[in-house]
Design a binder for this molecule. Structure first.
Ligand code: NAD
Length: 356
């Protein structure tokens, strides 16, 4: 039997509740498709601070490095708001991304047909269905470039620098081309090559890389146009690849197309198939412990993990279809609408399993 060894970081707030549902679904999928998940539960975030005084204990980092991949709920909460910056739960999140070399951030933006009324985009534009994957460079560019402040001629100034090397562009482009190969073989590279030298190098490098992927249809778009096209005609996109800062903005814009924060999954990948999978929402301390959190973003993150890190694509597709089917009948309070049965966090997990 195929075995997959993953580290699970439940985290804080609703983290443990939503992760438990995803684990339930993973085990059920494993039974059906003939694989076994082995879970190593480790600490990160506020729960780690309470136990060890550190948001990211070395033991957790070591365990993650040995695992096939990492699965995370969410971290943080008001209990740790007074803790100094580098000791806050969120410092654990930045620390683990750095320690594991996670340079590619994947954010799917999709509409689940039963939830189409929650999307702010008109049905006539999406035809009730949409599935875009944004691949954002995560460890380079202006957020990590040379920066500074000073005073010149009596006036204060500040600057930040956008800098990319060819190898940084190549590795993120490779992730994106390979993602496109697993999807509809269409890649849009987003830059600002009409103005920025860094973007011109980005575009030139992506074009060179495209020779290795003749089956992928590549096009280029300026970031301002892309921001517009995402709401004007989002169905034209399959995979989008872009820099850290452009991806930060575009992925938030695209994710809102789905209309509900409790539905949005994400992955951060490094070389090979290693990655960290998590819902994009936080620990929702306002509803923690009430059993009403929506576990679907976490369950969909588990499906991404099966597809992109563990080569269990069939099980992943089954889970995504089961989520769709569950939404036809039941809703957690955040997405509740008249005519549906209102269920708890675990009720939603059970319904997904019923539809596998
Ligand atoms: P949040 O995403 O936790 O919550 C925003 C709102 O959305 C809240 O009203 C919450 O109840 C609701 N919500 C979020 N997820 C939900 C779900 N699955 N089901 C139903 N409702 C859901 O953002 P916030 O309130 O700004 O942050 C709370 C804490 O989470 C903070 O400590 C923040 O730093 C942390 N945070 C962590 C991560 C992470 O772990 N990756 C990401 C963002 C925020």
């Amino acid at each position: 039997m195929r075995e997959h060894n993953i580290v699970v970081l439940k985290g804080d707030g609703i983290g443990p509740e939503i992760v438990d549902e995803a684990v339930k679904v993973l085990d059920a999928a494993g039974k059906k498709y003939g694989f076994k998940m082995n879970y190593d539960y480790e600490l990160m975030g506020g729960c780690a601070i309470d136990e060890t005084g550190e948001p990211l204990p070395q033991k957790t980092v070591d365990a993650c490095k040995k695992a096939d991949c990492v699965f995370l709920g969410a971290v943080g909460g008001p209990k740790w708001d007074g803790v100094p910056g580098n000791k806050r739960p969120e410092a654990g999140l930045l620390g683990i991304r750095g320690a594991l070399g996670l340079y590619a951030n994947l954010r799917p933006a999709r509409i689940f047909a039963p939830l189409k009324e929650a999307s702010p985009i008109k049905d006539s534009i999406t035809e009730g269905n949409l599935d875009i994957m944004i691949v954002r460079e995560l460890t380079g560019g202006i957020y990590f470039g040379e920066r500074g402040t000073g005073v010149e001629n009596g006036e204060e100034y500040a600057y930040d620098t956008e800098k990319y090397t060819v190898s940084e562009i190549k590795r993120i482009a490779k992730t994106a081309f390979e993602m496109a190969m697993k999807r509809n073989k269409k890649l849009t590279s987003v830059d600002k090559a009409n103005v920025l030298d860094s973007s011109r190098l980005w575009r030139k490098t992506v074009i060179e890389m495209s020779k290795d992927y003749p089956e992928v249809e590549l096009n280029h778009m300026y970031v301002d146009n892309c921001a517009m096209q995402l709401v004007r005609n989002p169905k034209q996109f399959d995979v989008i690849v872009t820099s850290n800062i452009f991806g930060d903005i575009l992925s938030d814009e695209a994710s809102m197309i789905s209309g509900s924060i409790g539905m949005l999954a994400s992955a951060s990948l490094s070389d090979g198939k290693f990655g960290l999978y998590e819902p994009i929402h936080g620990s929702a301390p306002d509803i923690a412990g009430l059993g009403i959190a929506n576990p679907l973003a976490t369950i969909l993150s588990a499906a991404m993990m099966l597809k992109y890190s563990l080569d269990e694509g069939e099980a992943a597709a089954d889970i995504e279809n089961a989520v769709n089917a569950a939404l036809e009948k039941v809703r957690t309070p955040d997405i509740y609408k008249d005519g549906f049965k209102k269920v708890s966090t675990s009720g939603m997990g059970d319904e997904v399993i019923k539809n596998l």
